[in-house]
Write a protein that binds this ligand. Structure first.
Ligand SMILES: Cc1cc2nc3c(=O)[nH]c(=O)nc-3n(C[C@H](O)[C@H](O)[C@H](O)COP(=O)(O)OP(=O)(O)OC[C@H]3O[C@@H](n4cnc5c(N)ncnc54)[C@H](O)[C@@H]3O)c2cc1C
Length: 471
């Protein structure tokens, strides 16, 4: 049986970033993916990555044909699109060709001596004395089961979390995720006759009809704006028409001149785990990274950079564990705690509250907030990192004006959201130092999010409620 130091299941952005980051210090690394090698990277995605993730992780940036377009920031629109707010980004970002970018990451890992096997589907751990000591996978070409031993097994299989779901109960890994915390999404890469109106920015259109509990996105996919990445995500766990149907409706009803005769180059649907991180994603000889561990910005569903940062933290702990010869959950907990209490983990947990608030409101409410300057552009950007975005007096004056115009519910919920974001941050800063304290922490965390969800339901337009649509 082959033996490795580290086996990584899943050659997505998180798995390949991790392989790249440990390759200089760890000798034998195997990455397996169920896709054929040539197909690695071809994931259904919005393809947008902020530059600051590369600054944090020092990973190589997209280059050559991987890079479709550099962008400056993000515009947010409410229902009518008459009013917009911009998320200011100091460093901008990239729209990539996800397939070519995946191949770039693959080649960078191969160049560092990482072994990669395609058409290899992870099916289980090899467990000995409560430790993962390797992976069982199916060789899809030869239709046979293969076993490989390794000191540490990594699940980077994305949303399906194929190995994590088989973890023994004693690791206390959180497996079940509420449907409401999952975003079903549909994406097209299309050629359009007229260019996108602004190719220097990403565009997120909040519209309850076409993306209930989510948004429609239009991202430039070429410098001239004639190619765009166009898609929508909707709240999960509610009976709604499929995102594909809703996106077609959007193209016909909202932007027929731009989109109705678009030429589809690629299309498909997939799901996004869109909430705070899993409470526990490490075990004895095991850790998860990326979507498998749920590393994402829940307000925008941006998961690539969060997974890269997770890989960056995981790489440090893996190198230390191999040097110490200690692969216990206790040792690997350092990675878990580092992520939960990092700026990424704290932001993810806080923005999960913000996401729940957004999903409780209609896009008319979101437009109301933008139109009345209740949260202004700089503040929306700042709100991502700081708890209190407005001074007391100014906040009171704006809230007063908004209430006079009829925005009582959204103002109350915004205030409640800011308060809860503070509480969640404080709770995540108290994430336990070892597995010993985790049960109490999880109880407290679940109670807090239950309270938040109970207070803020899910907004769905009446005409989509209980609609019997098989499309
Ligand atoms: C429609 C859509 C739009 C999105 N837009 C954006 C965006 O614009 N920006 C952004 O940052 N994020 C976006 N995301 C989220 C982002 O795509 C993910 O967060 C990110 O790809 C997660 O990376 P990953 O490496 O964890 O998982 P993945 O990229 O999903 O990679 C997992 C890999 O594991 C392989 N695999 C799965 N099961 C097995 C198995 N059992 N054995 C072996 N291999 C297996 C898969 O083939 C795949 O190669 C979007 C997601 C969707 C669905």
């Amino acid at each position: 049986m082959d033996e490795y130091d580290v086996v990584i299941a899943g050659a997505g952005t998180a798995g390949l970033s991790l392989a790249y980051l440990i390759a200089d210090r760890v000798d034998n690394i195997l990455v397996i993916d169920k896709r054929p090698i040539d197909n690695i990277g071809d994931k259904i995605c919005g393809d947008a990555i902020a530059e600051h993730h590369y600054i944090e992780t020092n990973l190589p940036r997209p280059r050559g044909t991987s890079l479709r377009k550099k962008v400056e920031g993000i515009y947010l629109y409410g229902t009518s699109m008459e009013y917009k707010a911009r998320i200011v980004s100091s460093y901008g970002g990239y729209v990539v060709d996800r397939h070519k970018y995946g191949q770039q990451l693959l080649n960078e890992a191969l160049a560092k001596g990482v072994e990669v096997r395609g058409r290899s589907q992870a099916i289980n751990f090899m467990l000995e004395d409560g430790y993962s000591v390797g992976v069982v996978y199916r060789d899809l070409d030869e239709d046979r089961v293969v076993k490989v031993r390794s000191k540490i097994v990594v699940d980077a299989t994305g949303y399906t979390a194929s190995l994590l779901m088989k973890a023994p109960e004693s690791w206390m890994i959180e497996k079940n995720i509420e449907k409401r915390d999952i975003i079903p999404a549909y994406r097209e890469v299309v050629e359009i006759r007229r260019p996108l109106w602004d190719v220097e920015n990403l565009h997120l259109h909040f519209h309850s009809r076409y993306a209930p509990g989510g948004y429609v996105w239009l991202f430039p996919w070429s410098k001239d704006g004639r190619l765009i990445n166009f898609g929508n995500g909707i709240v999960g766990g509610v009976s709604l028409p499929k995102p594909k149907y809703l996106l077609q409706l959007y193209s016909e009803e909202i932007m027929p001149e731009l989109l109705s005769d678009r030429k589809i180059i690629k299309s498909g649907q997939w799901v996004i785990p869109n909430r705070r991180p899993r409470h526990v994603f490490v075990g004895n000889g095991f850790l998860a990274v990326g979507d498998s561990a749920i590393m994402i910005d829940p307000a925008t569903a941006e998961g690539i950079g969060y997974g890269m940062y997770g890989a960056y933290l995981a790489s440090k702990t893996i190198i230390e564990a191999i040097e110490a010869g200690d692969y216990s959950q206790e040792f690997l907990w350092k990675y878990q705690r580092n992520y939960m209490t990092s700026p990424y983990g704290l932001r993810q947990a806080r923005l999960d509250v913000f996401r729940i608030m957004l999903q409780a409101h209609s896009s008319d409410d979101i437009e109301f907030v933008i139109r009345n300057g209740i949260l202004r552009e700089a503040e929306i950007s700042k709100a991502r990192d700081e708890d209190d975005v407005l001074s007391g007096v100014e906040k009171f004056m704006r809230a007063f004006k908004a209430i006079m115009k009829g925005g009582v519910k959204i103002i109350k919920n915004l205030n409640y959201t800011l308060k809860m974001m503070r509480r969640v941050k404080e709770l995540y800063q108290r994430y336990p130092d070892s597995p010993a304290g985790i049960r109490e922490w999880v109880l407290e965390e679940e109670a807090l999010f239950r309270e938040i969800k109970n207070r803020m339901g899910i907004h769905v337009p009446d005409y989509w409620r209980n609609v019997k649509l098989n499309r």
